[in-house]
Design a protein around this ligand. Sequence first.
Ligand code: ZN
Length: 67
Amino acid sequence: MEEDPNGRFLKPVKLENCVICKEAIEPQRTPEGDIFWTHGHNARPVAEGQCCDDCNYSVVIPARLRA
Ligand SMILES: [Zn+2]
C-alpha cells in the first residue's frame, strides 16, 4: 500500500495500479479530503485499463492528439 501523502485514509480504499507505469493510482479527493474516485483515467489508446494522472497527461493525451 502506498503511504497517503496526507497521512490519513478516511476509509479503507483499494487503490488500483496504473496500467502504464504500474504505480498506484492516486485517489481523487474532495477539498475536505474524502476520496471520491480511485480509478484514474482511461488509458486508451495507449493501453487497456486505467492509468494515473502522470501517465494520462504525459502519455495518453499526447497519443490521442496524434491519433
Ligand atoms: Zn502511470
